[in-house]
Design a protein around this ligand. Structure first.
Ligand code: BES
Ligand code: ZN
Length: 378
């Protein structure tokens, strides 16, 4: 009883700490008008996330900070990301787009979502199962890349947690220093399971769907023998649910090394069709010019696709980290915000919940293929 009371006190009294040191967390205010910074015990983040979700109907964009200076820097970067460069984006490589698209297979895409969500039904970034999810993804990407000496797969552990971000790099044949990033996140969370590593957080839609969509593109590129002129990096970010942990680390690292990312696209939730339109381009924390380019790509290569626009209202996924570092980012989303899959962050985020097929996710595989191939071609 005492222990239970203590746990409750910890969960609901930000600032109170006994064991683990407190962390600083920023999140959107429930009315969406601003951002607040609070000090709390690490596990109180999960309770706060659940409470915000209950009160507002959406998640709160919880982001951890090392100190107040880090928080201020993050807010400043989100407000005025610098150095974003305008690339002339042409649509003129129908041959390669067609060749890779022809290899995309919804059956394989679905199988990968099933694998991730059932073999690793809790991919929490602080758990051993979350480590297994990194290893499984790295293993799969390595086996796809086998026999290609222009593709390398590496892993980068989070600074304060065991899960690793997984990166597959296809080296560009002509302009290897210019990079296209296709992102997703390999961790999952469940507020109901209280992130008990034995609890269930299958995250089939959020975001096994994005990892599987990216994997299917990589596989189709390899199978078709496609060789990009610019480099293409597939990045399955760790710890997204912990506050964009992996992407903030990796995007800052790319920036520090002066990496020239010419375009970034985040695939986070691609499987559940909740609205009338097929793909919603999120307009906040993304690049307007690049979003228009993505819409043009859809008109050219996928004329039946209906493109909508919406906004998250906060930095809702890893694209925000790349945007904050000044890179042009896009986030094509599976539905309008109000119609987003309500089973995410619960044990019910399964393949069955989104209908047991990859008919929706495959649209995102096609669109992201056109994005990567056209940007990689000059
Ligand atoms: N996939 C979600 C983001 C999302 C959910 C977008 C619903 C649109 C509709 C993502 O994994 C997530 O849960 N993000 C967190 C924010 C992050 C900074 C921890 C969220 O939305 O609270
Ligand atoms: Zn999520």
């Amino acid at each position: 009883m005492q222990v239970r009371l203590l746990a409750l006190a910890l969960a609901f009294a930000p600032g109170l700490s006994l064991a683990a040191p407190d962390i600083l967390v920023s999140h959107a205010t429930p009315d969406g008008s601003g951002v607040v910074l609070e000090r709390m015990a690490p596990h109180a983040m999960d309770a706060l996330s659940a409470r915000l979700h209950h009160d507002t109907g959406h998640c709160g964009g919880l982001v951890q900070h090392a100190d107040e200076a880090d928080f201020r820097q993050w807010m400043a970067k989100l407000k005025s990301p610098t150095l974003r460069q305008a690339l002339t984006r042409k649509i003129d490589d129908a041959a390669n787009v067609g060749a890779v698209m022809a290899r995309l297979d919804p059956g394989r895409l679905l199988a990968m979502i099933e694998q991730l969500s059932t073999n690793t039904p809790n991919r929490h970034y602080r758990s051993e199962a979350g480590v297994a999810a990194s290893n499984a993804t790295a293993g799969q990407w390595r086996s796809i890349a086998e026999g290609r000496d222009d593709i390398t797969v590496s892993t980068l552990p989070l600074p304060n947690a065991p899960q690793s971000t997984v990166i597959a790099r296809i080296e560009g044949s002509e302009r290897p220093g210019e990079i296209i990033v296709i992102g997703s996140h390999l961790d999952s969370t469940s507020s109901l399971a209280q992130n008990d590593p034995r609890g269930s957080a299958p995250g089939a839609d959020d975001d096994a769907s994005g990892v599987a969509t990216a994997t299917e593109i990589l596989r189709a590129m390899v199978e078709s023998g496609y060789r990009p002129k610019r480099s293409i990096h597939f990045i399955a970010h760790a710890g997204e649910e912990g506050g964009l942990l992996g992407s903030r680390q990796v995007a800052a690292d790319y920036r520090r090394r002066g990496a020239n990312v010419v375009g970034m696209m985040q695939l986070d939730m691609t499987a559940n069709q909740g609205s009338a339109d097929d793909v919603y381009l999120m307009t906040d924390y993304t690049d307007a010019g690049q979003n228009d380019f993505v819409a043009d790509l859809a008109r050219t290569y996928l004329p039946a696709l209906r493109i909508g626009r919406d906004r998250c209202g906060y930095g809702c996924s890893d694209h925000a980290s790349w945007f904050a570092e000044g890179y042009p980012a896009s986030m094509p989303f599976e539905s309008g915000m109000r119609d987003a899959n309500r089973a995410i962050h619960t044990p019910r985020d399964t393949v069955e919940t989104f209908g047991g097929h990859a008919n929706h996710a495959i649209k995102f595989a096609r669109l992201a293929t056109a994005f990567a191939v056209e940007l990689a071609n000059d």
